[in-house]
Design a protein. Structure first.
Length: 98
């Protein structure tokens, strides 16, 4: 299964990485490592995260160590990562990628 990261999600990931690296060197790399683990899990089990009510087939997967959620849309051939959103922000933020 292909993993496609949309430009808005790439920008989100870069911003979060920068924030954590500035807070403590190496912490941004920890975020990237956790995202890599989540992406691997989603590739293995693409429909494992809960659906976003009213926006099916979009799903929301939370990171374990960091307060972020990945909004993504699985299809038969790929997983499209739409946004990485801090959990303190409105859950509708992911929609600006559409």
């Amino acid at each position: 299964m292909n993993l496609v990261i949309r430009p808005a999600a790439v920008a989100d990931i870069r911003a979060a990485h920068k924030y954590y690296e500035e807070a403590r060197p190496g912490l941004g790399e920890d975020l990237i490592a956790e995202l890599d683990r989540l992406f691997a899990r989603l590739e293995a089990f693409p429909r494992s995260a809960p659906l976003v009510a009213g926006y099916e087939p979009v799903r929301r997967a939370r990171l374990r160590r960091f307060p972020y959620a990945v909004f993504y849309r699985p299809t038969i051939t790929r997983i499209e990562v739409l946004r990485l959103v801090h959990t303190s922000r409105s859950s509708d933020t992911w929609r600006s990628a559409e």
